[in-house]
Ligand binder design. Structure first.
Ligand code: NBY
Length: 833
């Protein structure tokens, strides 16, 4: 199914070829003969983009014409992945473009490879935002994604002597054909300065006299936020939504002030300072650093987005209609400064009274939490916040005062008041952003059933007692367009043949596969697809990474950010144990199930332990590679720079999906869903969305192991002693001793000392406690894999029963439970006729 267009004749290969050459010659100014591969890609991308613009205009005019409500999704990250293939899919032009290029002696696939993916996110949270805007567009929901146009996205990972080395991700070096800048629509954003009594009349507010609660903020400096539009095409609809990313530019005033003082060099330095705001994505995926630039980034994009939203939602209309015109979704706490910013706009700029402004604000905002780790909860020191955003700090104090007063009024004791205060006093005075978000929102949601339950029971327990109706769950999802239709064309063709093509927009239709799970013919087709996907991966990793891998092996894949709680270390101990047992003669190599263990993981650059674990994985990989006893039996592949593009090739080739976090630590996971939907079986703990995956696919089709969350909690309470597990399990002891002996570090016993001693003495995420259960589960995997028919049946059932994990379903849940914004299909108004 392609784009629904009716005003123009469908493009043909020859008309498309003409458009492509037009772009190349007249827009890029390059001849066919001298064009580089990048030139050709850019011309192609621009030719495809043309076919999105009309639908985009229609969408804008339909949505802005009526009085519909729209979703403003506020996210500091969008991990988009490559755009070309998705745009071709949405426009229905894939085959037309392929034929057109063929006719010119060019290859669509080769040109697609030129695209550098926009990596404007760290991991799951950023990729979720990208899946959500895809679903919103596909479902015709009026929505704008707001974020930051980082000049440098997530770093490029390389390995030097097995250790991670980061390189700048210069994704814009050759420009991006997908963005449409609007410098003329720049928004000015203030920082610093002081607050004062507003002037008596006329000046204090946009609407006349200052309101009773208004203060005047006099910023010390300003920057301009320049919007860049990205088109977000829906699939099988005319609708094209907008992703609006802001880029920082120095204001003229910023420069002139200093320039007038005669200091040219200082003026240019000032420019650099301002433009630093959107320079680089912070590569921390769980431990927020209280860096001033980060808070600048957050306020920068939030202030610009709110100004934009209010103009879009209301025009000159009535502010009181705000909650009926727009609903803000806060993607974690990164944009939470939007709550005091909205109060500032309503109270200081528009002259509303505090209570009225608070009511409107609270009714417009909702907050999604993505973590359970206490160290991941963002806080900002009062000192820093007050310096950078003095008026916002005043507003936060007042929000807190009134909140705590209401708590006391309703019988709250002082202990409770101190626990729930938005301001923490120890170890330093700081604003708890998750609490601010909770107090200032209508709904708070977690991202999987277990996670939402743990939010209510632990992280936000007091708040959930106070406002039980505020808390809800929306289990994450993934877009089937990118992660099945594009990433797995072989499976897609099989699905089309078997259940029809409707699944791409209605993933529940995959249920129709269940009936075929017993059909030997269908199983063969399914197995052939998996084999072809392995071949495709093996070819890619040979050219991309110089790896030589077999295709006839169990592909055991663990790809995600490197974090101790995710327990890549448990996977390493499994591999080391297999190696150890073969080495010692306890295991005949002929009895080892041929297995390729694939890792993909970036570590936060300052996260020492994570980087040590990466070095260990590479060291174990090299040692195993050098051992002839394991040739063709066991191999680790650790391609550097795992990203969306690589995920699209890795996931469809996987047999086994590793989802082995300590129960109670992974909020949801979304990779787990991508694997299940592509026919991998999961080995996993009862954590995050694994719980729901297992419930749906059935416990026969899922390898469960490990402690439950209450068990892990209890073990921690009882005083966890990892050393006792080490002492009591000879295989575990031997594996750890082998690492400690220097067997993987050319005899140097110090190389992985920090890992070994952490495991033996701390092991915060209880790797040793779950080791035996994990090994037993891996034995069950091997037994199951030995029966290809039964394995394939389970894999088919995983696909058939994973329709729930479509991000379309997540968006439907947000619409029903939180947003209440109806779909508005774009009407053609023939702008080009
Ligand atoms: O969000 C992830 C969760 O770990 C995962 O369980 C969940 O499936 C996914 C989507 O809900 N969280 C995540 O990816 N977080 C970040 O990337 C992140 C990024 C930046 C910062 C913190 C977390 N930061 O503080 O800067």
């Amino acid at each position: 199914m392609g784009r629904v267009t009716d005003t123009h004749a469908a493009p043909t290969p020859s008309s498309f070829a003409e458009e492509f050459l037009d772009e190349l010659h007249f827009e890029l100014g390059v001849s066919r003969e001298t064009a580089s591969p990048t030139d050709l890609y850019v011309a192609l991308a621009r030719a495809v983009r043309r076919h999105l613009v009309e639908g985009w205009f229609d969408t804008l005019s339909t949505q802005l014409g009526g009085d519909s409500k729209f979703v403003a999704y506020l996210s500091a990250e969008y991990l988009l992945g490559r755009q070309l293939e998705n745009a071709l899919l949405a426009t229905g032009l894939t085959e037309v473009a392929r034929d057109a290029l063929d006719g010119l002696g060019l290859s669509l696939d080769e040109l697609s490879e030129q695209e550098v993916e926009p990596g404007l996110g760290n991991g799951g949270l950023g990729r979720l935002a990208a899946c959500f805007i895809d679903s919103l567009a596909t479902m015709d929901v009026p929505a704008v994604g707001y974020g930051i146009r980082y000049e440098y996205g997530i770093f490029r990972q390389t390995f030097v002597d097995g250790r991670q080395v980061e390189q700048a991700d210069d994704w814009l070096a050759l420009g991006s054909p997908w963005e449409i800048p609007h410098p003329e629509m720049a928004v000015t954003v203030g920082f610093g300065g002081h607050t004062e009594e507003p002037a008596g009349t006329g000046e204090g507010t946009a609407d006349g006299a200052p309101g009773p609660d208004a203060r005047q903020w006099v910023p010390g400096w300003t920057v301009e936020a320049v919007p860049y539009n990205y088109l977000v095409p829906g699939y099988g609809t005319r609708n094209v939504n907008t992703l609006r990313l802001w880029s920082a530019r120095a204001t003229k005033a910023f420069n002139l002030e200093i320039f007038n003082s005669g200091d040219y060099e200082a003026a240019v330095r000032g420019q650099t300072y301002a433009e630093n705001i959107s320079k680089v994505l912070y590569p921390e995926d769980s431990t927020p650093q209280g860096k001033e630039l980060r808070l600048q980034q957050q306020y920068f994009f939030v202030a610009a987005s709110l100004a934009d939203t209010i103009a879009r939602a209301l025009g000159d209309g009535d502010l009181h209609a705000l909650p009926d015109r727009v609903v803000f979704q806060l993607n974690d706490t990164h944009p939470v400064i939007a709550i005091p910013e909205m109060m500032r706009l309503l109270v200081d700029v528009h002259g509303l009274g505090w209570d009225e402004a608070w009511d409107l604000t609270r009714r417009s905002f909702n907050y999604t939490c993505h973590t359970l780790l206490p160290e991941a909860l963002e806080i900002w020191s009062v000192d820093l916040l007050g310096r950078l955003l003095p008026r916002h700090l005043e507003i936060i104090y007042r929000i807190n005062e009134e909140f705590l007063a209401s708590l006391r009024d309703s019988g709250g004791n002082e202990l409770q008041v101190r626990r729930m205060s938005i301001i923490q006093e120890q170890p330093e005075r700081a604003v708890r952003m998750a609490y601010l978000a909770t107090v200032g929102s209508t709904k708070v949601n977690g991202v999987a059933a277990l996670h939402s339950q743990l939010l209510r029971d632990a992280v936000l327990h007091d708040f959930s007692d106070l406002w039980p109706e505020k808390f809800t769950n929306v289990t994450n999802g993934i877009t089937p367009r990118r992660f099945v239709r594009l990433a797995n064309p072989g499976l897609s063709a099989l699905l089309d043949e078997t259940v029809g093509t409707g699944w791409v927009k209605d993933l529940d239709q995959l249920r129709g596969l269940e009936a075929h799970a017993e059909d030997p013919e269908f199983r063969r087709g399914f197995r052939d697809v998996k084999a072809a996907n392995k071949q495709r991966l093996v070819d890619l990793l040979a050219t991309r990474d110089g790896l030589h891998l077999p295709t006839d092996a169990l592909y055991d894949v663990m790809v995600k950010r490197l974090h101790e709680y995710k327990r890549q270390m448990l996977k390493v101990l499994h591999v080391v144990t297999l190696y150890d047992q073969v080495r010692s003669g306890a295991l005949d190599p002929a009895d080892v199930t041929p297995r390729v263990v694939v890792f993909g993981a970036k570590a936060a650059p300052g996260y020492r332990m994570a980087k040590d674990i990466i070095a260990l994985v590479n060291a174990v990989a090299a040692t195993i590679d050098a051992d002839p006893a394991l040739a063709g039996r066991l191999q680790i592949a650790f391609p550097a720079n795992y990203n969306v593009t690589l995920a699209e090739k890795l996931i469809p080739a996987a047999d086994l999906s590793e989802q082995i976090s300590l129960a109670g630590k992974e909020a949801s996971g979304t990779g787990n869903m991508k694997f299940a939907l592509n026919g991998a079986l999961t080995i996993g703990t009862l954590d995050g969305a694994n719980v729901e995956i297992r419930d749906l696919v059935g416990d026969d089709n899922f390898f469960l192991f490990g402690m439950t969350e209450p068990e892990a909690e209890a073990l921690g309470q009882a005083g966890y002693d990892p050393g006792s597990f080490y002492e009591q399990d000879p295989a575990l002891k031997s594996a750890i001793d082998l690492i400690a002996s220097g067997a993987f570090s050319h005899g140097d016993p110090t190389a992985f000392e920090s890992i070994v001693s952490d495991l033996l003495w701390k092991d915060r995420f209880m790797v040793l406690a779950d080791y035996r259960a994990y090994l037993d589960a891996q034995s069950r995997v091997e037994a199951a894999y030995a029966d290809p028919d039964a394995w394939t049946r389970s894999a088919i059932l995983n696909v058939a029963r994973s329709g729930f994990f479509s991000s379309d379903r997540s968006i439907r849940d947000y619409l029903d439970r939180i947003w209440h914004a109806p779909a508005v299909p774009a009407r053609s108004n023939g702008l080009r006729d």
